[in-house]
Design a protein around this ligand. Structure first.
Ligand code: TYM
Length: 335
């Protein structure tokens, strides 16, 4: 049995990168491997490492939970919970793990460099220690597999590193070393405005991303305005991969259609973007619209989402508490 754990930050609306790089894969895994134990967290304690609005954090947390459910995460098959609902245990384990995390490794984290920017001296300790909290999120459940997009690879590496340091230092094979699962064809969805930059929540232009809450007209408009080159689509992968924007759109199509890029090229080789883009927009709308409308329905009843989050937190706590207890015993604490 695999124990799967993953999470998303309630920082703003989810976009197509979050869906194709992570959420869609979680749903596929849940449905194709029914024996797995699944834990899907809304990582609200990570969301406060950058400036945020306390008045909207609760709503944003419910929105992410609603997106999980609307996309197909079934609360009967997967625990859906807010990190802060088990926050005492996550934070406690984080502190214990922080004592065995090398600063040199934290200094190499690209996400910190990206987020802190030129002002690293003024960045908060929380942003710097972010990977240690993420390691605690994973190790506290002894997760065996962590399905994420490619940008989280480095965080998984440091998690494995911290786990093996613990096992080595205390001479016990206690922590499971989690495997990253970087699945599907869209492990790194790029911006619609610049095929060399990742699609992200923080990019200034809303035209750079498709949000899970965009309506059909917005999706059509954004895809029509997506940056491309003047050439028709090629008939082979090496030629496609030399063209960042074209490659990104074909990747998105392949992931949405659950097929390969080769298959998409076989269908559209030689066609112009004026033909391909409306097809891509139609497919995106077909896949996203049902999720958006289900999300809207769910959000009309926040009590129902809260019940799901409470039940998920109870399941998560039941796994986390004995693991933290065991870590403290191994580390020699009193009590
Ligand atoms: P976050 O909230 O930035 O992103 C959530 C998930 O979406 C994936 N993703 C993408 N995949 C493909 N293309 C993109 N353009 C793209 N943008 C985002 C991310 O890889 C991720 O899987 N640190 C994590 C949250 C976290 C976590 C955890 C994840 C905290 N604790 C424990 C797994 C396990 C993050 O910032 O995700």
């Amino acid at each position: 049995m695999k124990r799967i754990l993953s999470g998303m930050q309630p920082t703003s609306q989810l976009h197509l990168g979050n869906y194709l790089g992570a959420l869609k894969n979680w749903v596929d895994l849940q449905n194709s491997e029914p024996d797995n134990q699944n834990l899907y967290c809304v990582v609200d304690m990570h969301a406060i490492t950058m400036p945020y609005d306390p008045a909207t954090l609760k709503k944003a947390t419910r929105e992410i939970a609603a997106a999980y459910i609307a996309a197909g995460i079934d609360p009967d098959k997967s625990a859906i919970f807010a990190q802060s609902a088990v926050g005492d245990l996550h934070a406690e384990l984080m502190w214990l793990l922080a004592t065995m995390t090398q600063i040199g490794k934290l200094n190499r984290m690209t996400q910190f460099k990206d987020k802190a920017g030129k002002n690293a001296e003024k960045a908060g300790l929380g942003l710097y220690a972010y990977p240690v909290l993420m390691a605690a999120d994973i190790l506290i459940y002894q997760a065996t597999h962590v399905p994420v997009g490619e940008d989280q690879k480095q965080h998984l590496e440091i998690t494995r590193d911290i786990a093996s340091t613990f096992n080595h230092r205390y001479g016990q094979d206690f922590f499971t070393l989690p495997e990253p699962m970087i699945m599907g064809s869209a492990t790194r969805v790029m911006s619609l405005r610049d095929g060399t930059k990742k699609m992200s929540k923080s990019a200034e232009s809303d035209l750079s991303r498709i949000n899970l809450t965009d309506d059909a007209d917005m999706i059509m408009d954004k895809i029509k305005r997506a940056k491309t080159d003047p050439e028709p689509l090629p008939d082979n992968l090496p030629d496609l991969e030399k063209r960042a924007e074209a490659d990104n759109l074909i990747t998105i199509y392949a992931a949405l259609a659950s097929t390969s890029k080769e298959q998409v090229l076989a269908e559209f080789a030689g066609q112009n973007f004026s033909i391909f883009k409306p097809k891509l927009a139609e497919l995106t709308i077909e896949k996203i619209a049902p999720i958006t409308s289900r999300m809207r329905e769910l959000l009309q009843n926040p009590d129902e989402i809260d019940q799901i989050l409470h039940a998920g937190a109870a399941k998560a706590r039941a796994i986390a508490a004995p693991n933290v207890q065991k870590v403290k015993e191994i580390m020699g604490f009193w009590g």
